[in-house]
Write a protein that binds this ligand. Structure first.
Ligand SMILES: NC(=O)c1ccc[n+]([C@@H]2O[C@H](COP(=O)([O-])OP(=O)(O)OC[C@H]3O[C@@H](n4cnc5c(N)ncnc54)[C@H](OP(=O)(O)O)[C@@H]3O)[C@@H](O)[C@H]2O)c1
Length: 307
């Protein structure tokens, strides 16, 4: 049997999450079964449970978790994976479980030098960050403002933008300013006048914005700095009428960017260009505590769920 985390209703994680036993998954044509070592928790998982995304009763119970990493334990016909391969699974469905089945093209070998735990928390945020940087075609002529540069998506976006030669100014709480400096960004705070702080922080005019915060303050400040079509957001869904570029992997370009991101991100993890800091590790039966932590102000880094 396989233990799996599910939400039996929409609401507070502590009251709706439970662990159920299911028959072990099996690999069909072009599929692989992975024994999960760790799975990354993301804000999307929290929003699904609380009903912030949609609260359709017919979708219950919800299988949760969008990314995982572990070991291949079964391969179906038409796959080139081998039993024992260390792999990351993204996109994953129901990753918070002991064993999961996935299409082979969502199962990616983890290169030597990258840990399974770090790989478990890299790809969902990482491909999103890659999508923002590629959509803006950032390069050495750019000065980019990243809102939420200390977050899971923002940290990778900052690292990728710096690697492309762009100058980066990024918002975060003051406790995370050293982290931004370590990544090569100029830190500013998000409480006050963000546009003025950004202008003061960098000598050149801002040419592009990546927004991971989704607040009106972030978008209003961005519109003072660059035209709307140079603002890419993954979170400000209420500001579509401003003409900003919203990304969630649903357009053909966004999907293609995200698919292309997986291999370079895993390689960058292996050679240390990108790091994934783990802030907490929780057992399946204790996962509600991780969900509660991520839903409020939380320390920088990824929460992992381990079956
Ligand atoms: N559209 C997509 O494809 C997609 C994909 C992944 C994630 N997302 C969404 O993107 C958002 C970020 O995800 P994540 O995983 O990076 O989250 P995260 O790790 O929790 O990071 C949140 C970031 O926002 C900053 N922040 C918190 N409150 C803020 C405020 N009032 N103003 C400005 N910045 C603030 C945090 O800074 P401090 O901690 O330093 O205060 C941190 O840098 C979430 O809403 C998530 O659902 C969308």
């Amino acid at each position: 049997m396989t233990r799996r985390l599910v939400a039996t209703d929409y609401g507070s994680p502590a009251s709706v999450l439970s662990v159920v036993d299911e028959a072990d998954p099996t690999a069909g044509d072009g599929q692989v079964v992975v024994a999960v070592t760790a799975a990354g928790l993301n804000p999307f998982d929290v929003k699904r449970v609380t009903g912030d995304m949609s609260a359709n009763p017919s979708a219950l119970p919800l299988a949760l978790g969008g990314e995982a990493a572990g070991t291949v334990v079964e391969t179906g016909p038409g796959t080139d994976h081998s039993i024992g391969d260390r792999v990351a699974v993204y996109p994953a469905v129901g990753a918070f479980a002991e064993r999961i089945v996935a299409d082979a093209d969502a199962v990616h070998r983890i290169p030597e030098g990258a840990s399974v735990d770090a790989a478990a928390g890299l790809l969902l945020a990482g491909v999103t960050a890659y999508d923002t940087v590629v959509t803006l075609a950032l390069g050495a002529d750019d000065t980019v403002l990243v809102h939420g540069g200390s977050g899971a998506v923002g940290s990778v976006a900052v690292a990728l933008a710096v690697a492309r030669g762009a100058r980066v100014v990024a918002t975060a709480s003051s406790a995370n300013h050293d982290h931004l400096r370590d990544l090569g960004a100029m830190p500013i705070s998000y409480g006050g006048d963000i546009a003025e702080a950004a202008r003061d922080a960098v000598p050149d005019a801002v040419t592009a914005v990546i927004d991971t915060a989704g607040t009106d303050a972030a978008i209003d400040a961005s519109l003072q700095l660059v035209p709307a079509d140079r603002i890419v957001s993954i979170a400000a869904w209420g500001r579509a009428d401003d003409g900003i570029v919203l990304l969630n992997g649903s357009s053909a370009d966004s999907r293609a960017h995200r698919r292309a991101a997986v291999a370079p991100l895993l390689d960058a993890l292996a050679d240390g260009q990108i790091t994934v800091d783990i802030v907490g590790t929780f057992a399946l039966g204790d996962a509600a505590r991780a969900f509660e932590a991520l839903s409020g102000r939380h320390p920088r880094g990824k929460y992992l769920i381990k079956p």
